[in-house]
Design a protein around this ligand. Structure first.
Ligand code: UD1
Length: 431
């Protein structure tokens, strides 16, 4: 199993190109199931989750090819991915897939909408909390599907097709909104979503669905209206830049010091995080190329944050911001309001010398002058990156174990950070 070795203390200087957003790429790939024509997606990041989803989609009958890629060339050599679900060959998504990648549960929406049936394994627990799917099932029931849960599988049936409905989300859910948009696009009649998620990735997927012929109004606002159509066509779409990757590297620069251009990062996608990072004393400026992040000399100021649905502070940057606060001059309070139990990184940060106490849904971080390198364990995708950030500013050597979590969501981190002067390398154990 791969590990990442980091020797802390180097400033970061240079350019980091921001990849396409994982959280848009995955639902966009899933949307290819909605049409028998080809969907072409550009700027797809080279991530383990993308590879896994390609295998899952292949199981349902989706053929794929990657543009102009010579045999043996790395996936990042070209990022245009063509997906073609001419024929759906299987409407069952087995446990072995869904348990490995939660978002693959979302295939239920296009399968149900296009084929009138889907059988998808319940995703099960995960390191950041129970993460139920009750609201997604509520969406399909409102749209007229009959849902049964048996032996760990959700069986959804709508033999006569789905019908538009008025849907009120009691809680903002990204997955619920993605699946509602996909299912309602092929339902008969009018659907209104109330309290829909407003994340930029929702807007990106809605934009692509519109190119495919869907009639969606208001994506990015809390109320979204969808007029169902009989079928959807192919399209070409460029995935938006990854705001979580951009925010993560901005925090890495704030932590390590230096001057880095985050090429392609979009400030409008990241306002709440930029505001928090600026309050720590780092400077961020938007340029034509992206975001320039600088911190020189000065110490970090403590800043309290609370995660919230977009446009609030993203839960996917909570762990990274906590890492930054471990070296702030004073005490900060980090409140997690989206997921219960998304503090798995706390114990690992403590192993690096951080002072953190949990207080219900909050973590209180007392900044320390120095962190010390140590062996640590990646627990989930974003938490792993918090350990990398802390390690960049720790004295001595840190090895991050279970790096497959990082590879799921961050593209080529050792190359990107290494090019900016970080002492970082991947250690591959040959079993
Ligand atoms: C997506 C993102 C994830 C991010 C999260 C919140 C992808 C692939 N993943 O996950 O990176 O951290 O949004 O921004 O885009 N909930 C229910 N019932 C449901 C569905 C959700 O109670 O049926 C709860 C969840 O447990 C959680 C909250 O709603 O407390 C928000 O979850 P949700 O927005 O659905 O997260 P995901 O779509 O799974």
């Amino acid at each position: 199993m791969d590990r990442i070795r980091i020797v802390g203390g180097q400033k970061l200087n240079g350019v980091i190109r921001i990849s396409g957003a994982k959280n848009a790429a995955l639902p966009l790939m899933i949307a290819s199931l909605l049409t028998n024509e080809t969907l072409t997606l550009e700027n797809i990041p080279d991530l383990a989750d993308v590879g896994m989803l390609l295998r899952i989609l292949g199981h349902h009958g989706v053929d794929h090819s990657i543009d102009g890629r010579r045999p043996g060339a790395p996936a990042r050599a070209s990022r245009a991915l063509h997906l073609s679900a001419r024929q759906i060959v299987d409407t069952t998504a087995p446990y072995e897939f869904v348990s490995r990648m939660r978002a693959s549960f979302w295939v239920i929406a296009p399968l149900l909408a296009r084929m009138g049936e889907a059988k998808v394994s319940l995703p099960g627990g995960c390191a950041i909390g129970t993460r139920p799917v009750d609201l997604l099932l509520m969406v399909f029931e409102k749209l007229g599907a009959v849902i049964e849960i048996e032996a760990g599988y959700v069986q959804a049936k709508a033999p006569k097709g789905l019908s538009g409905a008025e849907i009120h989300f009691p809680k903002v859910t990204v997955g619920g909104t993605h699946t509602a948009l996909m299912a309602a696009s092929l339902a008969k009649g009018h659907t209104v979503l109330h309290n829909a998620a407003r994340e930029p990735e929702i807007v990106d997927v809605a934009d692509c669905l519109i190119k495919m012929g869907a009639r969606i109004k208001g994506a990015g606002q809390s109320t979204v209206e969808i007029e169902g159509v009989g079928s959807l066509s192919g399209a070409r779409h460029v995935v938006l830049p990854d705001r979580i990757e951009a925010g993560t590297y901005a925090m890495a620069v704030a932590m390590a010091g230096g001057d880095v251009m985050l090429e392609g990062a979009s400030p409008t996608l990241l306002e709440s995080a930029i505001e928090a990072i600026e309050k720590t004393g780092a400077e961020i400026s938007a340029t034509n190329e992206g975001l320039r992040v600088r911190r020189n000399g000065r110490g970090l100021l403590p800043v309290d944050i609370a995660t919230a649905p977009f446009p609030g502070f993203p839960t996917d940057l909570q762990a990274q911001f906590m890492a930054l606060m471990t070296k702030a001059k004073g005490s900060s309070r980090i409140t997690e309001t989206i997921f219960e139990n998304r503090f798995m990184h706390v114990q690992e940060l403590v192993r690096l010398g951080a002072h953190i106490k949990l207080d219900g849904d909050a973590a209180v971080v007392e900044g320390v002058d120095e962190l010390q390198g140590a062996p640590v364990m990646a627990t989930d995708l974003r938490a792993s990156m918090s350990l990398v950030i802390a390690a960049l500013a720790a004295e001595g050597e840190t090895t991050v174990n279970r790096v497959y979590h990082l590879d799921r969501g961050f593209e080529h981190i050792e190359e990107k950070l290494g090019a900016c002067g970080a002492m970082i390398e991947r250690l591959t154990d040959r079993a």
